[in-house]
Design a protein around this ligand. Structure first.
Ligand code: BG6
Length: 491
């Protein structure tokens, strides 16, 4: 079963950093899939732009290799790849000089009426330079949008500056701040689950929900990104953006519509209601970890410091936080967050644990009554699970058992699960900002994260070692067990 594909208007996508890692691994394969599924209208072009001196032909070859390398088995089709590569162009440009910009303008002038999207898959340090060059060379039409990748700042003041710089050239409705977690199928499904069913919303509050857990665990280590990662750490890399977005979609009030402003207004209110964590309580509510040598599924792996090649570092590769939302709906309901690299397995999930039943009518021999849980699995095996207590079948008297209604999207729909970028890249062309972060959201997220960073600095809270391939430092287990709860067993 697959949904109907509605073609988008013809477009020119200009990818700055077009020969870089993101373009190679994610953007080109995602655009290829959209072509195969019939979403493009002609004429549509993808224009790579970066400092490398490549010809159109060399860029097409690069893209073809990227598809062969990064598409899943059986997805590469020679004829489709040729058709895809034929729509690719390349212009060498320098963000800091005028080199290449006239050539880019000439190419874009051939498609003046098309949607024009500039994708900045480059270091944030040159967002401002590129935006200015785009304006100076008069490349902005009334159908132009700009897409920016994280990190949007490394703290509140740098985020304000970055937003300010881009905002000088583009209007807010032209700026698409991408958070690829929002493009994941299950994240969008969270809205369907909450707002297209009568079942959950009446229970979705502090009267019925005991606590929420958000886990984004990765099995990988630094993947050659030490230079960036060591200056960021897990809080900046994952919590400020992806995890806070998941928390917002879980906790927000029902928006009036799925319109981008309505949804983002509600998310913003959640961010603004987060209970502050600062030097006074940071040690109580947060745990920082750093992996040591251990094992992954593929064998022994180095520790973080060894991956840094002998460096000394207090950067966290794991963080656990007990967050709280100071509003009527969520008063007293903890949101436990954890994320880290080199954990036991790759899994991202949101688990809602409901309160215990108020009174039991069953004899102790019937067994323990577990609290109901709703598990929303983002990856791998996207799906939704609802645990329920039932009577164990058979004549043995009343014995209770905890079972799950388990829906795996892959099994239920027998459809390819599109990569998050596919949906988001097309939303840019359609000019739908619902799944993109608005300026005030990014800034509100930093307003909560900044005092945690400062708190760590002021208190000197250091990283706790954990063995690669485990679930993080023991202090993270203690963080939740102090409250009489345990982390959800993801296995
Ligand atoms: C990125 C982070 O935003 O998300 C990476 O910078 C992380 O460190 C990645 O590995 C995780 O994304 P996904 O889609 O693989 O869960």
């Amino acid at each position: 079963m697959s949904s109907q594909i509605i073609p988008v208007d013809p477009f020119d996508y200009v990818v700055f950093g077009g020969s870089g890692d993101l373009a190679e691994r994610k953007l080109l394969p995602a655009l290829y899939h959209r072509q195969i599924e019939g979403q493009f209208s002609e004429p549509t072009r993808i224009i790579g732009a970066s400092r490398s001196a490549l010809s159109h032909e060399e860029y097409r070859k690069f893209a073809d290799e990227a598809l062969k390398k990064h598409l899943k088995k059986g997805e590469y089709d020679k004829a489709e790849a040729e058709k895809f590569c034929a729509r690719l162009y390349y212009v060498p440009v320098d963000a800091r000089s005028d080199g290449g910009w006239d050539q880019l303008k000439k190419l874009l002038d051939e498609g003046k009426d098309r949607v024009r999207a500039f994708y900045l898959a480059v270091a944030p340090g040159i967002f401002g330079d590129i935006s200015k060059k785009i304006a100076d060379h008069k490349l902005i039409t009334n159908r132009t949008r700009i897409v920016v990748e994280k990190p949007i700042g490394r703290d509140l003041s740098s985020a304000l500056l970055l937003n300010e710089t881009i905002g000088k050239v583009f209007k807010e409705e032209q700026i698409f701040r991408i958070d690829h977690y929002l493009g994941k199928e299950t994240v969008q499904n969270l809205m369907a689950l909450r707002f297209a069913n009568a079942l959950y919303e009446p229970l979705w509050n502090a009267n019925y929900i005991d606590h929420v857990q958000i886990t984004v665990a990765e099995a990988v280590g630094l993947e050659g990104r030490a230079g960036y990662y060591d200056t960021a750490g897990a809080l900046r890399d994952m919590v400020q953006n992806h995890i806070l977005q998941l928390l917002c979609l879980t906790a927000m009030e029902v928006p009036n519509t799925v319109d981008s402003e309505a949804v983002r207004d509600e998310k913003l209110k959640v961010l603004r209601s987060l209970k502050p964590i600062d030097a006074s309580n940071v040690e109580q509510f947060t745990v920082r970890g750093q992996y040591r040598a251990g094992a992954s599924t593929s064998g022994p792996v180095k520790g973080y410091l060894e991956e840094l090649e002998g460096g000394v570092s207090n950067t966290e590769t794991f963080v656990a936080i007990k967050a709280e939302i100071n509003n009527w709906r969520w008063a007293g309901v903890p949101f436990y967050i954890r994320t880290g690299k080199r954990l036991s397995q790759r899994v991202s999930e949101i688990v809602i644990t409901f309160k215990p039943i108020p009174h039991t009518i069953f004899e102790p021999a019937a067994g323990r009554i577990s609290q109901n849980q709703l598990m929303i699995r983002l990856q791998p095996d996207e799906g939704v699970k609802q645990s329920l207590m039932i009577k164990d079948p058979g004549p043995g008297g009343m014995r209770l058992r905890n079972v799950s209604l388990d829906m795996s999207f892959a099994e239920s729909f027998n459809a390819r699960s599109p990569d998050a970028y596919e949906r988001l890249l097309m939303d840019v062309v359609r000019s739908n900002q619902t799944l993109f972060m608005r300026r005030d959201e990014v800034e509100a997220a930093w307003r909560w994260v900044d005092p945690i960073l400062k708190g760590w600095e002021e208190t000197g809270q250091s990283v706790q070692g954990y063995t690669a391939g485990t679930w993080g430092p023991s202090q993270a287990i203690a963080l939740i067990e102090r409250d009489g709860r345990t982390w959800h067993d993801t296995l």
